[in-house]
Design a protein around this ligand. Structure first.
Ligand SMILES: [Fe+2]
Length: 200
């Protein structure tokens, strides 16, 4: 709702009561992200990671937020260290975690950073999900990996799955029609372009 002052206050209170509350940790990180308070954000996330990483399904997303603060400061080495460590060191095949992996690599890619073989490893884990077509948000992040890795076939399979999804009758129909497919459709040439560039 944009009420950052109260959000931060409530988030901090929640962490005082329960330091393992990953959602409260996350809410305060979002406040700092929205206010471009990267150094505050780094201090906030690094103060007590033992608490917010313990038995938490949200921990990778929270590590991603820390990486984002470093990225905003141009600290690419820190970003890659986090990527290769807690964000994607274990090469999770859960979409929830792969979304964050794609989202940070894509930012580096747009900034001209060579991320080496990271795209290939991540894209390989997205491939089995390429034809799922059940969540436009995941589709977008899968496509980032396919474009980054230069994989044309799964990119095409994903676009086809979206066309199929738009013929359905669930929530994802509108998401895909209004946002997901228009976002990905221009990328149909990008995967080939990346591949061509790499082969050149
Ligand atoms: Fe978040």
């Amino acid at each position: 709702m944009g009420d950052y002052v109260r959000a931060e206050s409530f988030g901090r209170q929640a962490i005082e009561m329960e330091p393992r509350d990953g959602w409260a940790q996350h809410a305060v990180a979002h406040v700092m992200e929205m206010q471009s308070r990267q150094r505050d954000g780094i201090a906030w996330m690094r103060a007590n990671p033992e608490a917010w990483t313990k038995d938490s399904f949200l921990k990778i997303h929270n590590w991603w937020h820390l990486a984002l603060f470093h990225h905003d400061l141009g600290e690419t080495d820190e970003v890659l260290k986090l990527y290769d460590g807690p964000i994607y060191g274990d090469r999770s095949t859960l979409a929830l975690n792969m979304v964050d992996a794609s989202a940070i690599l894509w930012r580096l890619y747009l900034g001209g950073v060579d991320v080496g073989e990271r795209w290939a490893a991540l894209a390989a884990n997205w491939v089995p999900k390429a034809a799922a077509g059940n969540y436009a948000f995941n589709d977008a992040h899968a496509m980032m990996a396919f474009v980054g890795a230069g994989l044309d076939a799964p990119a095409q399979a994903l676009l086809e799955a979206q066309r199929e999804a738009m013929r359905g009758n669930d929530d994802n129909v509108a998401f895909t029609r209004d946002v997901g497919h228009p976002l990905l459709w221009p990328s149909r040439r990008s995967a080939r372009a990346t591949m061509t560039k790499r082969c050149a």
